[in-house]
Design a protein around this ligand. Structure first.
Ligand SMILES: CC(C)(COP(=O)(O)OP(=O)(O)OC[C@H]1O[C@@H](n2cnc3c(N)ncnc32)[C@H](O)[C@@H]1OP(=O)(O)O)[C@@H](O)C(=O)NCCC(=O)NCCS
Length: 243
């Protein structure tokens, strides 16, 4: 994926300098650690992976495979990974990774099935996933697919920049890291003249709204007959050039 001219970004957020750069395979374990620390306890994690505390290794192995897929995919079709860092207070040459984001770049929106997510009997034998509620995972995926197709797919097709995933290390939250990562994506999308699209959870809504995203409603995720449910909110930020 050619992101030439936009790979780096410097942002000064709440007196913390944040740089944004493309992640590489060398960042794999750092990103895994941020993902595991930040998503634990969120509603969508709890819903899909209610047994992750009992089987942390199943959860970590699968998450690691997924991130590795993104990082190995140079086309950006499965995901283009960006990392936010801040200089260490003792030595500004040393950078501390604090947040990451996965983007589906414009022109890469074909329906993709991640190998790490395939739960065939063979895969499950090799990589057991005892952390998941499979019915909830399926319902979540299906709701996301419908929401993306209904709200964005038919209108924008490949001409959108989709934020697939974002999270910040808990110790560094509320200091502008996610904002810096999204601003990187918004600048890229602006230059391409495409909107930024995403599906938010309830925490994300505050973040995206203050960046100018508009909600397009909400989509229920629920297995028939099940009392547990959650909502996802499709959101969009059109490029300035379109107004
Ligand atoms: C959501 C998340 C990525 C935000 O990361 P962050 O680096 O803390 O975000 P920022 O510092 O850039 O936040 C900017 C603004 O967004 C809003 N915001 C961010 N997190 C919020 C929260 N937990 N509750 C309410 N508003 C929040 C605030 O308006 C905040 O500005 P403020 O701190 O001046 O009030 C982080 O909480 C996280 O990793 N959560 C777990 C994973 C997750 O839910 N990801 C979102 C998937 S849609």
């Amino acid at each position: 994926m050619n992101t030439k001219g936009s790979v780096q970004g410097r942002f000064c957020m709440k007196s913390m300098l944040i740089t944004v750069r493309e992640a590489t395979l060398a960042d794999l374990d750092t990103i895994l650690q941020i993902r595991l620390a930040s998503f634990q306890g969120t509603e969508q994690w709890q819903y899909r992976y209610p047994f992750y505390h009992n089987y942390p290794e199943d959860h970590a192995i699968s998450s690691r495979r997924r991130i590795e897929e993104y990082l190995k995919d140079e086309t950006g079709a499965s995901g283009h990974v960006m990392l936010a860092e801040t200089p260490c207070s003792e030595d500004s040459e040393v950078k501390i990774p604090i947040a990451w984001a996965v983007w589906r770049m414009p022109s890469s929106h074909d329906e993709l099935v991640s190998a790490a997510e395939l739960q065939t009997p063979e895969v499950l034998k090799q990589f057991p996933r005892r952390d998941t509620n499979l019915a909830h995972v399926k319902a979540f995926k299906s709701a996301c697919k419908v929401a993306r197709e209904t709200c964005f797919g038919s209108k924008y097709g490949n001409k959108q920049m989709f934020l697939h995933n974002i999270s910040t290390q808990p110790d560094y939250q509320r200091r502008g890291a996610a904002t810096a990562l999204i601003q990187w994506g918004m600048s890229f999308a602006e230059r391409e003249g495409v909107p930024v699209t995403l599906l938010s959870n309830s925490v994300g809504i505050h973040l995206y709204t203050q960046l100018g995203f508009k909600s397009l409603g909400s989509v229920e995720v629920r297995v028939e007959g099940d009392s547990e449910m959650l909502f996802i909110t499709p959101m969009i930020k059109e490029p300035k050039s379109s107004s």
